[in-house]
Design a protein around this ligand. Structure first.
Ligand code: 9D3
Length: 251
C-alpha cells in the first residue's frame, strides 16, 4: 500500500512513520509513504498557501491552487487509483471498521488542513471522504493523519509478528482488553491473580474473557450494546457483576 500526505509539515510526517510496527512495515516495503508540501507548489513570489476568509472574521483559509497542484503531483507518483481523504473536525468519526476498509485500498491520499481549514470548493472537487479522529480540537490534520497511518499500517499483511497477529484474532471481537501482568509474581504493589499462575489454560481463558466483558461493561457500556453475547459470555459477565457486588459490600 502507498499513502501520500499533503501537508505543510512533510518532515514531521516522514519522522512519524519511522518507529514501531509501522516503521518496520515501511522498512519491509509493505507500506510506502510520500509527503507533499503545498508551499512547494505555490507559484507566487511569497509562496503563499493561505488567505483571509471571505465574509470576514478571524483565521485564514488554505488556498485552492497550491493544494490542487500538490494533489496532482502526489497522484502522479503512482499509477494506482487513489482514495482521497480530508482529515477534519467536520468528518465522520474514524472507527476500526473504517480502518479495516481503508487498509484494503491500494493507495490513499491524506489531505491535512491548517488554520481554519481548506476552501470548500477544493473539498467538493478533489476529496472522496472527510474523517475526524474524535471530538476534541487539534491545531491541524497532521496528528490525525499519523493516527490513521498507524492504524492502517499495522493491518498490512506481514506488518505484525505472529504473536501480535494471533492476539488480533482473539481480541478483535469488540471488547476491551483484559488486565495483563508480568514478573515479579509478588510485589509490594500486590500479587498476580492466582488463576494466571495455575497453569489451567481453560480457567485462564475464562478469567480473561470475564475480565474483558466486565471492564467493557464498567467502562464502555456503549460497546456492549452493539454486541449480542452468547450464553457463555452472558454467564461470565453475570459472574463478574456478582463478584463485584460482593467486593463492594465487603468494602
Ligand atoms: C478553533 C478553530 N475552530 C473554530 C471553531 C475550528 C477548527 C479548525 C481547524 C478546529 C480544529 C481545526 C484543526 N483540526 C484538524 O485539522 C483535525 C481534527 C480535529 O481538530 N479533531 C479531530 N479530528 C481531526 S482531523 C483534523
Amino acid at each position: 500500500m502507498r499513502i501520500d500526505v499533503i501537508t505543510l509539515f512533510p518532515e514531521f510526517m516522514q519522522e512519524c512513520v519511522k518507529i514501531g510496527v509501522v516503521g518496520r512495515a515501511v522498512e519491509r516495503g509493505l507500506l510506502q509513504i510520500g509527503a507533499w508540501n503545498p508551499r512547494d507548489y505555490a507559484m507566487d513570489a511569497y509562496r503563499k498557501v493561505d488567505d483571509r476568509t471571505f465574509g470576514g472574521g478571524p483565521g485564514m483559509v488554505m488556498l485552492i491552487d497550491p493544494l490542487r497542484a500538490a494533489l496532482q503531483a502526489a497522484r502522479g507518483a503512482s499509477e494506482k487509483p487513489s482514495h482521497t481523504i480530508y482529515l477534519s473536525p467536520q468528518g465522520t468519526r474514524l472507527t476500526q471498521d473504517k480502518v479495516r476498509q481503508l487498509a484494503d485500498e491500494p493507495r490513499l491520499i491524506l489531505l491535512c488542513g491548517r488554520y481554519e481549514g481548506v476552501d470548500e470548493r477544493l473539498l467538493e472537487h478533489e476529496v472522496d471522504e472527510e474523517l475526524s479522529i474524535g471530538d476534541y480540537v487539534l491545531s491541524g490534520g497532521e496528528l490525525a493523519a499519523a493516527v490513521l497511518i498507524d492504524a492502517v499500517g499495522r493491518l498490512q499483511e506481514g506488518a505484525l509478528n505472529d504473536a501480535q497477529s494471533a492476539q488480533q484474532d482473539s481480541f478483535s471481537d469488540g471488547l476491551l482488553d483484559c488486565p495483563h501482568y508480568t514478573r515479579p509474581e509478588s510485589h509490594e504493589l500486590g500479587a498476580v491473580p492466582a488463576v494466571l499462575m495455575s497453569g489451567d489454560h481453560a480457567a485462564i481463558r475464562r478469567w480473561r474473557r470475564k475480565q474483558a466483558l466486565g471492564r467493557t461493561w464498567l467502562r464502555r457500556p456503549d460497546l456492549l450494546e452493539n454486541l449480542s453475547l452468547d450464553d457463555e459470555s452472558k454467564k461470565l459477565l453475570l459472574e463478574f457483576q456478582e463478584e463485584r457486588q460482593t467486593a463492594i459490600m465487603e468494602d
